[in-house]
Design a protein. Structure first.
Lengths: 115, 114
């Protein structure tokens, strides 16, 4: 069965510093991979996705992620974090059962940004 | 940008009571979903709905749960007899097609069962 692991529950980064959030997945075929962000009181917003092609994908708000098949990873990065980036980040893999697609999420990483 | 709206944002209920969570998907979307997140755990798929019937459901979605699209605009999740372990954030989502790349989520309803 498909699964996603986000090993870091909390991460604290200084404003202006770089960020990397880790995500590992388990999926037999070529995965569809996603990063979502949830700010307090908000829904899940799609940051970026990987379906095929270039393994480095660009997303909104200056985020990028790199798909590494050999490591089963899809880590999220940002070169310079802003205080408004403080939120919960979820990695997800698209799973197809019975021909119908659904998302399998990781447990999330809470990002705290210090001044 | 169009959005999926969920009401209420918070709901408190007593164990054993019925609860209905409401969602208004984006107007031209055809596929509807419920996910939930128990505090500290993963966001989990519950059910998908298309053409007025359930397309797929997870093991969590037992006989206590039902979904309905009563009037062409609302999409509801009913829990018949709530249990303590139903306390969670429930997310509604919708999409035009089955592709996950155009899935829009609502802001969630926090359900607390006492």
């Amino acid at each position: 069965a498909q699964s996603v692991t986000q090993p870091d529950i909390h991460i604290t980064v200084s404003e202006g510093a770089s960020l990397e959030l880790r995500c590992n997945y388990s999926y037999g075929a070529t995965p569809y991979l996603f990063w979502y962000v949830q700010s307090p009181g908000q829904g899940l917003q799609l940051l970026l996705k990987y379906f095929s092609g270039d393994t480095l994908v660009q997303g909104i708000k200056g985020f990028e992620a790199e798909f590494k098949r050999s490591q089963s990873s899809f880590n999220l990065r940002k070169p310079s974090v802003h205080w408004s980036d403080a939120a919960e980040y979820f990695c997800a893999v698209g799973a197809t059962n019975t021909g119908f697609q659904k998302l399998v999420f990781g447990t999330g990483t809470r990002l705290l940004v210090s001044p | 940008e169009p959005e999926v709206t969920q009401t209420p944002s918070h709901q408190v209920t007593q164990m054993g009571q019925e609860v209905i969570l409401r969602c208004v998907p984006i107007s031209n979307h055809l596929y509807f979903y419920w996910y939930r997140q128990i505090l500290g755990q993963k966001v989990e798929f519950l059910v998908s709905f298309y053409n007025n019937e359930i397309s797929e459901k997870s093991e969590i979605f037992d006989d206590q749960f039902s979904v309905e699209r009563p009037d062409g605009s609302n999409f509801t999740l009913k829990i018949r007899s709530t249990k303590l372990e139903d306390s969670a954030m429930y997310f509604c989502a919708s999409s035009y097609g089955t592709g996950l790349e155009k899935l829009f989520f609502g802001s969630g309803t926090q359900l607390s069962v006492l």
